[in-house]
Design a protein around this ligand. Structure first.
Ligand code: ACM
Length: 694
């Protein structure tokens, strides 16, 4: 048996750049994501045909039975072979599953999630210590099954797998925009597929309070416009997640980000009411009054109720971005700060946290907070979630606190999968920690903040990029090749749609509404343009808005309909890179570049009639013209390069000036092939000896 990361297996995974199912050595290529801790390739493969059967031995429970039903349903969907569970001789089953013993009734941090999956030409065996490992192993088996020339099959392989970090989560903000339960459920299916094990549910904000409280009903009645989860729905979601090996950690953000609480309970705030649900985005002034005993009495009763509703051991209290303005303007609070020697607002928040932590603890929970709550005076039991920078994670670990990383994993910022993938919880300052300090870094969480999401586009803002973060948190740290990651992520992206996620299919629907009735040629032109743009990055969507966005702003524009990462532009950049690396002597790449650029140059003429009929297409009219111009520049550059001609003296400067204009966002969109075209221009200007600029 292999122990530790098998480099052989990882190399094979890394060799996935070529598309055939076998590589030169006739070894199967594996589209596994996340990459397992250890992979050993065997010989042959196990056919999945109508005789395929599953049996389980050892420990069993209803959750495992249902997991097997789901597994067979998915395998059936993938192969269109009707499969169902048959009872009978387990030793003859195609896949025999053995689970050793139960996992904890309420899933805990750090439980055994390992599994061993052995596939041979005659059968497969999945063994795990607990049902959590069994669930992970079933996902891996599904990822192994591929179409082949003579049927569906899983390659012979031995996979010995376990996670690198015990806390691998996704946070969804269902407060700024309400996210319906079915949308959350399909995303939890996605988490199961990539072996993430925490769903962090951000449930209260300035813009909404989203859980029914029986003790304080004015919270959801006043704070939600009727868009909240009943306690029954919360139970349902927690059960749904537990079935899939996923913990649910609720977050109720205090003392800031709290306007929606004060609609019903203005007496808890630090400034005079009345309050209304906030409709805009940003950081707002309302904050709990930490000097008022009523605040703690209320939070005690509220947390008592929520601690029962949410069984997980961890309870997130937010703590981020308190601007302190209500505290500054309240004379009584300023007096209190002085009387208690608290120095400033930060000292007051620290006082608040010291009052809050024993309440959370009294109700049986460990407190989690954003990095603002980091304070050496708090008990070491709390967990710090680092969002402002990775340094706070290392600082927390040094001070004896456990931590999880989210800085670098904000999905709403529109970063590429590769950029997220390069962020490691144990890099930077954390790399220099002592082993016992490193052990306090529990993992990380991607974050889906909800200013610009709705049920239609949310999946595309999370997937498939979240799979790259999931892999970072599960796989051995040596697994870092972005090319391999992209190839496997694209394969996974299709499989996630079979699960019911809509991160690919939503796009066509939205573009159809944006276009209205259109000819096939017009619609292809819109699709082509849409495949080459990305929304502006980081927080520039606010800055580039023509009108202040609010929760009432329709998310119906091209910027809302396009994925956050353009796969087409990335493939084009790879092709340009390949062409330049071959010193431009690659006729096949040259022909492909030319065909692509010619189509792009002609695209605008096909799109413009649509822009006359739809205001939403009109918004991208300038970007469409830019695409034509960009392609024309690229074609000119290619001509110089392939003819070995040096362009006129001032040509390069002129083209770069054109590209600079094109690079500016329009309609809050970026035209993504621009940097690759710039490389072609630079190569052409170098006079045909293009290899130096590749
Ligand atoms: C945060 O992004 N304010 C945690």
């Amino acid at each position: 048996m292999v122990s530790g990361p098998s480099m052989r297996g990882l190399c094979l995974l890394g060799a996935l750049m070529s598309s055939p199912l076998v590589n030169a050595q006739e070894q199967p290529l594996l589209y596994l994501m996340p990459v397992p801790a250890s992979v050993q390739i065997g010989t042959g493969r196990l056919l999945v045909d109508s005789k395929f059967s599953v049996a389980s031995t050892g420990y069993t429970e209803p959750r495992l039975d249902r997991a097997l039903e789901r597994f067979l349903l998915r395998l059936s969907r993938q192969t269109a072979i009707p499969l169902s569970r048959k009872t009978g001789n387990s030793s003859k089953a195609s896949l025999v599953i053995h689970t050793d013993h139960a996992s904890k009734e309420i899933q805990e941090l750090g439980e055994d999630e390992s599994y061993l999956l052995e596939v041979t030409a005659t059968g497969a065996k999945l063994s795990a210590v607990t049902p959590l490992g069994t669930l992970h192993g079933l996902e891996t088996f599904l990822q192994l099954v591929e179409v082949s020339p003579d049927g569906f099959a899983a390659p012979a392989v031995t996979i010995n797998d376990k996670p690198r970090f015990p806390w691998r989560g996704l946070m969804i903000d269902s407060a700024r925009h309400f996210v319906p339960l079915d949308v959350l459920k399909r995303n939890i299916d996605g988490l199961e597929a990539v072996k993430m094990n925490v769903f962090h549910w951000h449930l209260s904000e300035n813009q909404g309070f989203r859980v029914e409280s029986k003790k304080f009903p004015k919270l959801h009645e006043g704070g939600s416009d009727g868009l909240y989860y009943t306690q029954e729905e919360v139970h349902d979601l927690i059960e749904y997640a537990r079935e899939r090996g996923i913990r649910v950690v609720p977050e109720f953000d205090v003392p800031g980000h709290s306007t929606a609480w004060f609609v019903g309970y203005p007496e808890l705030a630090s400034g005079p009411g009345p309050y209304e649900i906030e409709r805009k985005w940003g950081v707002f002034d309302p904050a709990f009054d930490p000097t008022n005993e009523r605040t703690y009495k209320f939070l005690d009763q509220f947390i008592a109720e929520m601690a029962k509703l949410f069984p997980d051991h961890f309870f997130h209290v937010g703590g981020d971005e308190v601007n302190g303005k209500q505290w500054d303007t309240n004379a009584k609070i300023q007096e209190f700060i002085k009387a208690h020697g608290l120095k400033n607002n930060q000292g007051l928040q620290s006082y608040f946290n010291k009052r809050l932590e024993p309440i959370v603890s009294k109700h049986g929970k460990s407190m989690v907070g954003w990095d603002e709550v980091l304070d050496p005076a708090l008990p070491k039991d709390i967990v710090i979630q680092s969002w402002r920078g990775p340094d706070s994670l290392a600082a927390a670990a040094k001070q004896g606190f456990r931590g999880i990383l989210s800085n670098g994993y904000y999905l709403d910022l529109g970063w590429s999968a590769a950029r997220h993938y390069a962020v490691d919880p144990l890099s930077g300052a954390a790399a220099n920690l002592a082993p016992e300090e490193k052990a306090r870094i529990l993992g990380g969480e991607s974050c889906m903040w909800a200013e610009y999401i709705n049920p239609e586009n949310i999946d595309s803002r999370i997937w498939p990029r979240n799979a790259a973060i999931a892999e970072r948190l599960w796989s051995p740290p040596e697994v870092t090749d972005p090319a391999s990651m992209h190839t496997r992520m694209e394969a996974l992206a299709d499989r996630l749609e079979w699960l019911g996620l809509t991160h690919k299919s939503y796009h066509r629907q939205m573009l159809q509404r944006i276009a209205g009735p259109s000819t096939p040629e017009e619609f292809v032109a819109l699709t082509t343009l849409a495949s080459l743009v990305e929304p502006v990055k980081d927080y520039t969507r606010e800055e580039t808005a023509t009108a202040e966005p609010t929760s009432a702003t329709p998310l119906n524009r091209v910027v809302d309909a396009v994925p956050l990462e353009s796969a087409t532009a990335r493939h084009f950049a790879e092709l340009v890179g390949k062409f330049l690396a071959a010193s431009c002597h690659d006729p096949a790449a040259d022909a492909r570049l030319r065909a692509q650029l010619t189509a792009w140059r002609e695209n605008d003429a096909k799109l413009q009639p649509l822009a006359q009929r739809s205001f939403l297409v009109k918004e991208v009219s300038a970007t469409s013209r830019d695409l034509s111009t960009l392609a024309a520049v690229g074609l000119l550059a290619l001509d110089f390069v392939t003819k070995g001609q040096r362009p006129p003296e001032d040509w390069k400067a002129q083209q770069l000036a054109v590209l600079e204009q094109i690079q500016k966002p329009k309609g809050q969109l970026l035209l993504m092939p621009t940097p690759a075209i710039q490389k072609l221009v630079e190569a052409a200007s170098a006079g045909g000896t293009c290899s130096s600029s590749s």
